[in-house]
Design a protein around this ligand. Structure first.
Ligand code: MIC
Ligand code: SF4
Length: 643
C-alpha cells in the first residue's frame, strides 16, 4: 500500500511504535522552536535535565509574544532566554525580528523534517512540507535534550483541492471553510494532508495560512506537498539547497477525504466567539466595525501585506475605525518599506505595530466596550482580546482592509477589479537579528542570567491509588486554554511566576475558582467535550497543579492539553457515558479508589460521595503515560531515567 506524505516523514523518523492509528509512536525530532511566553518555562525545564547542548539539528528561541516590556519582568525573561540559548546551542531571534512561525517558515523550515514548538501554531511549517507539531514546553525541552516526541499515531484526512481561488477569495477563506465543515473538534486525532490539483495554485505563505489554522480544528498537524512552488519559495529565500520534493503515493489510503473546490469559495467570516462559527461575509455585510487588526502568524506574510497595501493605496480608512497592521517579520517590514507599500499603508491612516503577536494575544489594542473587531487572526475566543464583551470576528486581510475603508463589514469583492500582487523572486535577506549560540568551547563561560520574576516550578506529585477531592469547578464544552489560564498584557509578563498567575486561573469562567481550590486543598475539575482546546501553554496544567488539582474528568480532551496534564502529573479521565456529566455538581465530594489498577485496566469508578452516585470513567493511557503519572510527571520521569 502506498504512503501519504505524513506517513513517509513519520516512517523516516520512527524510533518506536507502529504506524497504526491510536498506538503510541516515538518520533525523532530534527528542529525545535520556542517563543517567550512558553519559552522561559521550557528552558527552565531543559536546564533541570542536565544536558549541556541541544541535540537537535536546529533549535531556535523566538521573542515575539510579549515584547511590550511594561516592567522588568519581561525584559528579565528575555535576557534569561537569550543567555540560556547562547549557552546551550540554541539560535536566538531577537524581539522585533518577527513572529516565530513566520520567521521559521522564511529562514529555517525544511521540507521532510520534523519540528516541535512550544506553540500550538507550529504546524504553520506544514506549508513547506514539514511535519510540525505544537507541544507543551516540557515535550520541547525533552526533544532539545535529544529525547523522542511521543504521540498517538494520528488518523489521516485528505483535503482534495480543485479549481482556483477567485479574486478577493483567499487562503484564509479556505481555512474558515474547513472549520465550517469540520468544527473546532473535527480534526482531533488526525493529520490533515492537503492535496489535489488546486495545491499548485497556492503559494507557500497561502499554504502556511491553511496549516496554521489546522490548530483551530484540533488537528495533530496539517501538511502540504513540497513541489515546484516550495522550491521557488526556498530559492527566493536563498535556501534552494534545502528543497526536497515530497508527495503522497497515488494509492495512499486516508480515513476521510474532503473535497473543496477553490473556485466555488467566497469570502467567509468567523463570528464570535469561536473560529468555527463561520458564515459568508455577505450575510453580515453592513455591520458597523470599530476596530480592524491585520497580522498574526496566520496572515502577516509579505503577500498578505502587499494585498492590504494595494487595497489601502490612495484611500483613507473610516474615521470610525482604528486599524492596526503588524507585519509578521522584519523581512516583511523591510520589503514593504523598500517597495513603497509601507507608505501606502501609512497614508491610509493605519497604525503600524511591531513585528510581533501583539493584539492577537491581547498585548494591547483591546477593542472598546462591546466593540466589533475584525481580525485576520486565528482565534476569537471570548475575552482573548482583553475586552470581555468585545465581538471579535476572524477574516482575510482583504476583507479586513475593505472593511477598514468603509467602516462596516464589507465583502472585498465589492471593491471590483483584481489585485495584481505576487511574491518577489528574491526576498531581502538579513539574519542579523538571529544570534548564533556560543561554540561548545565558549559555552562554559556563558552565564545564565535569571531575574527575580522566575519563581520555583510547582511541585508535581505522583498520582495516588486513592483520591478524595472536591469538585471545585464544573465547566462546559470547548473550554480553551485561554479560559483556563488567560494571557494578555496584564498577566503575560508572569509566565515564569506560577504563584502570581494562579490568581487569574479560570478568571473568564469563575473568578472565585483559585480561592476555592486553595481552600479545598485537593480538587477535581469536570469539563465537557474538547476540554483544553487552543493554545499549547503548559501553564494551563501547571497553574491548576499549583492550585491542588489532581484530576480532570471531561467528555473529551484536546491533544496538546491532555499531554500537558499528564506531563504535570494530573490524571485525565473521560466519562464512559457522556450523559453522566449531568449528574455531577460543583461542590460535590468525589472519590476515586484503586487508581493504579484502574490505570492498567483502562477504567476506574468515580464515587460522588455527596449524591452516592457511581460513575464509570475511562482511563485511556499508554504504558509510558502511566509511568509518568506514577512518577509525578514528565520531569520526575526523565530524572528516573525514562525518555
Ligand atoms: C496562542 O496563540 O494562544 C499562543 C499565545 O501563541 C499560545 C502559546 C502561549 O500561550 O504562550 C499557543 O498557541 O500555543
Ligand atoms: Fe502569536 Fe497569535 Fe500566532 Fe499565537 S496565534 S503565535 S499569539 S500570532
Amino acid at each position: 500500500m502506498g504512503l501519504s506524505i505524513a506517513q513517509k516523514i513519520i516512517r523516516a523518523h520512527l524510533l518506536e511504535g507502529e504506524m497504526t492509528p491510536g498506538s503510541e509512536i516515538a518520533l525523532r525530532i530534527d528542529q525545535t522552536l520556542t517563543q517567550d511566553a512558553t519559552g522561559t518555562m521550557a528552558y527552565l525545564e531543559f536546564e533541570t535535565m542536565g544536558v549541556d547542548r541541544v541535540r537537535t539539528e536546529r533549535s531556535v528561541a523566538y521573542i515575539d509574544h510579549n515584547t511590550l516590556q511594561c516592567g522588568f519582568e519581561n525584559a528579565d525573561d528575555h535576557r534569561y532566554i537569550q543567555s540560556v540559548a547562547k549557552k546551550h546551542g540554541v539560535y536566538f531571534s531577537r524581539p522585533g525580528n518577527g513572529i516565530c512561525h513566520q520567521v521559521h517558515l522564511e529562514r529555517f523550515g525544511i521540507p521532510g523534517k520534523t519540528l516541535i514548538g512550544s506553540d500550538s501554531h507550529t504546524p504553520t511549517g506544514g506549508g513547506l512540507g514539514m511535519l510540525a507539531f505544537g507541544a507543551g514546553g516540557m515535550d520541547v525541552a525533552v526533544a532539545m535534550g535529544g529525547g523522542a516526541y511521543h504521540i498517538a499515531m494520528p488518523k489521516l484526512f485528505k483535503v482534495n483541492l480543485t479549481g482556483k481561488l477567485s479574486p478577493y477569495v483567499t487562503a484564509k477563506d479556505v481555512s474558515l471553510e474547513i472549520l465550517r465543515i469540520l468544527s473546532v473538534k473535527g480534526g482531533v486525532g488526525a493529520i490533515i494532508e492537503w492535496g489535489g490539483a488546486g495545491v499548485s495554485t497556492l503559494s507557500v505563505p497561502e499554504r502556511a495560512t491553511i496549516t496554521n489554522m489546522g490548530a483551530e480544528l484540533g488537528a495533530t498537524t496539517s501538511i502540504f506537498p513540497s513541489d515546484e512552488v516550495t522550491r521557488a519559495f526556498l530559492e527566493a529565500q536563498g535556501r534552494g539547497a534545502d528543497y526536497v520534493p515530497l508527495s503522497s503515493d497515488p494509492d495512499a489510503q486516508y480515513d476521510k477525504i474532503i473535497d473543496i473546490d477553490l473556485s466555488a469559495l467566497e469570502p467567509l467570516i468567523a463570528c464570535p466567539h469561536s473560529p468555527d462559527n463561520v458564515v459568508p461575509v455577505r450575510e453580515i455585510a453592513g455591520t458597523k466595525v470599530d476596530q480592524v487588526c491585520i497580522g498574526s502568524c496566520t496572515n502577516s506574510s509579505l503577500l498578505d501585506m502587499l494585498k492590504v497595501a494595494a487595497i489601502l493605496k490612495g484611500k483613507q480608512i473610516s474615521p470610525e475605525v482604528s486599524l492596526s497592521i503588524s507585519p509578521g517579520s522584519k523581512q516583511v517590514l523591510r520589503m514593504l518599506s523598500e517597495c513603497g507599500a509601507l507608505s501606502d499603508i501609512l497614508q491610509s491612516g493605519a497604525r503600524v505595530l511591531e513585528c510581533a503577536c501583539g493584539p492577537c494575544i491581547g498585548m494591547g489594542f483591546s477593542p472598546n466596550s462591546a466593540g466589533v473587531s475584525l481580525r485576520t487572526f486565528n482565534r476569537n475566543f471570548e475575552g482573548r482580546s482583553g475586552t470581555a464583551d468585545a465581538r471579535v470576528h476572524l477574516v482575510s486581510p482583504e476583507t479586513a482592509a475593505a472593511s477598514a475603508l468603509t467602516g462596516v463589514i464589507t465583502d472585498p469583492r465589492t471593491l471590483g477589479g483584481a489585485l495584481n500582487v505576487s511574491l518577489p523572486e528574491r526576498f531581502t535577506l538579513d539574519d542579523s537579528a538571529v544570534l548564533a549560540p556560543a561554540s561548545p568551547e565558549e559555552a562554559a563561560n556563558v552565564e545564565v542570567v535569571r531575574g527575580p520574576n522566575i519563581k520555583p516550578f510547582p511541585a508535581c506529585k505522583p498520582v495516588e491509588d486513592e483520591l478524595k477531592a472536591q469538585l471545585t469547578l464544573k465547566v462546559g464544552d470547548n473550554i480553551t486554554t485561554d479560559h483556563i489560564m488567560p494571557a494578555g498584557a496584564k498577566i503575560l509578563p508572569y509566565r515564569s511566576n506560577i504563584p502570581y498567575l494562579s490568581k487569574f486561573c479560570f478568571g473568564v469562567c469563575d473568578a472565585d475558582f483559585p480561592q476555592r481550590a486553595i481552600e479545598a486543598g485537593q480538587s477535581i475539575i469536570v469539563g465537557g467535550a474538547n476540554y483544553g482546546q487552543g493554545s499549547s501553554r503548559e501553564h494551563a496544567a501547571l497553574v491548576p497543579l499549583y492550585l491542588g488539582v489532581r484530576a480532570v474528568v471531561a467528555k473529551s480532551f484536546a491533544r496538546i492539553h491532555v499531554a500537558n496534564l499528564i506531563n504535570a502529573g494530573i490524571l485525565p479521565l473521560t466519562f464512559a457515558n457522556p450523559d453522566d456529566y449531568d449528574g455531577l455538581n460543583q461542590g460535590d465530594m468525589l472519590s476515586l479508589r484503586g487508581v493504579f489498577e484502574g490505570m492498567e485496566r483502562g477504567s476506574v469508578t468515580l464515587t460522588d460521595e455527596t449524591t452516592g452516585e457511581e460513575i464509570a470513567l475511562v482511563c485511556n493511557l499508554t504504558e509510558r503515560q502511566r509511568a509518568m503519572l506514577r512518577a509525578g510527571g514528565l520531569l520526575a520521569y526523565t530524572r528516573e531515567g525514562g525518555i
